[in-house]
Ligand binder design. Structure first.
Ligand code: PMP
Length: 406
């Protein structure tokens, strides 16, 4: 049996002790951003208290300490995602930045009439940059459709592929529904056509330890703030051969080898893609967050969250008029729902009055809402530090909201 000491884990998160509107906080907006354990907060405070300095350039002690810690964090990230070479780890400001870095680079690699494939289950940040790319290059954007259960239709994906396909971009886990996509199958199939695959791992990273080597994925992007780290930092993994093919995204300091007004040469990886002073403290804290989660263990986290998902789903379905969107057997602890006749925003507002944080709206995934012909949903997303007691409070509050609004 799994040893999982929820009381001890909750002690690590100071924010979980606070009240909202006179009620104990119930934080079920983990898919938007996760909370930060004291171990990570301490690392952030330690950086600013003891060795705040710019990296890679300084001869002095503080700069070297900061550089060492930053590069140590790169190493932690490398190991966590089973990345072969440390220079295949590019620090970014987050998933959105990572995707834009790749989509901009592909502008110089695509030709009019090439095809690129997106899925119906994407976050806007894995749609819009590719639309811009298609507009710039004349490439054609194709969409893998979804079914009523909130899953991608894999056979339709196979039919979209052709010799013209250059790139496929899908998320590992859908933020709006929690569906876990069959990315290994998608990657292997796309590679049969020599198409590159970018996987948006923003929602998978807090629940699933992705092994990029086993996946053989070409690009994998995540945000630290979804996995117990700070905002404003993330990772782009790219296979070395691809990162060498892509031109730099931003010009500036750090990313050059030599600069003259006649010609500038670019630095080696990873610096070619890391122009300017990065989020140094954020990067170091990202490493600490990954260490924290690995100390708990991703197997234990996944098993516990699955229990919460089943418990929450069962309880919600006892409520009359309940409609849950995204019912794949392969899903993370996200419940997206509506109650017949009620607006999601009104439910969310009443839940907030009762101290319960959920997200309402389209979740930056309007195509999914259009598919279901709804304006949005209420989304409760659980983390490893949530409890069944919190779910009970949430269910009570949903019933109260329903009574008040009906
Ligand atoms: N993709 C998915 C699936 C997401 O859930 C999010 C965050 N909601 C993003 C991309 C964008 O991440 P960020 O805002 O951290 O860049």
């Amino acid at each position: 049996a799994l040893q999982y000491s929820i009381e001890k884990i909750r002690e690590d998160f100071p924010i979980l002790k606070r009240e909202v509107n006179g009620y104990p906080l119930v934080y079920f907006d983990n898919a938007a951003t996760s909370q930060t354990p004291q171990q990570v907060i301490d690392v952030i405070a330690d950086y600013y208290a003891n060795y705040n300095a710019n990296i890679h350039r300084g001869v002095h002690a503080l700069s070297q300490e900061a550089t060492d810690k930053y590069e140590e964090a790169r190493h932690i990230i490398q190991q966590h995602f089973n990345i072969e070479k440390s220079h295949e780890v590019i620090f970014t400001s987050g998933t959105t930045h990572g995707i834009n870095l790749v989509s901009n680079g592909f502008a110089s690699l695509l030709e009019n009439g090439d095809e690129i494939i997106v899925s119906a289950l994407e976050h806007h940040s894995n749609i819009v940059p590719w639309q811009i790319l298609a507009e710039k290059t004349g490439a054609v954007l194709k969409v893998i459709p979804m079914n009523q259960e909130g899953e991608l239709i894999y056979s339709a994906f196979e039919e979209l592929l052709s010799e013209k396909t250059k790139l496929v971009f899908v998320n590992h886990v859908s933020n709006a529904l929690g569906t876990v996509n069959p990315i290994k199958k998608i990657i292997d199939k796309a590679h049969q056509y020599n198409a590159a695959v970018l996987v948006d791992g923003a929602q998978a990273a807090p629940h699933i330890k992705a092994d990029v080597k086993a996946l053989d994925v070409d690009f994998y992007v995540v945000s630290a703030h979804k996995m117990c780290g700070p905002t404003g930092v993330g990772m782009l993994y790219g296979k070395e051969e691809w990162l060498n093919k892509l031109p730099p995204y931003q010009g500036g300091g750090e990313m050059i080898a030599t600069v003259t007004f006649e010609k500038t040469t670019y630095a080696e990886l990873p610096h070619k893609f890391e122009a300017g002073t990065p989020n140094i403290c954020g990067g170091i804290a990202f490493g600490a967050a990954i260490n924290y989660m690995n100390n708990l263990g991703f197997d234990k986290i996944a098993a516990y969250e699955e229990e919460l998902l089943h418990y929450g789903t069962e309880k919600l379905l006892e409520i009359d008029g309940m409609e849950i969107y995204g019912v794949s057997k392969e899903k993370t602890a996200v419940i997206s729902f509506n109650i017949k006749g009620l607006h999601p925003y009104d439910i969310g507002t009443i839940l907030d009055k009762l101290g319960i944080a959920v997200r309402t709206g389209h979740h930056c995934a309007q195509p999914i809402m259009d598919f279901y012909k709804i304006p949005g949903t209420v989304r409760a997303s659980f983390s490893f530090y949530n409890t069944k007691e919190e779910i009970d409070a949430f269910i009570k509050a949903v019933i109260k909201a329903k009574t008040m609004l009906s």
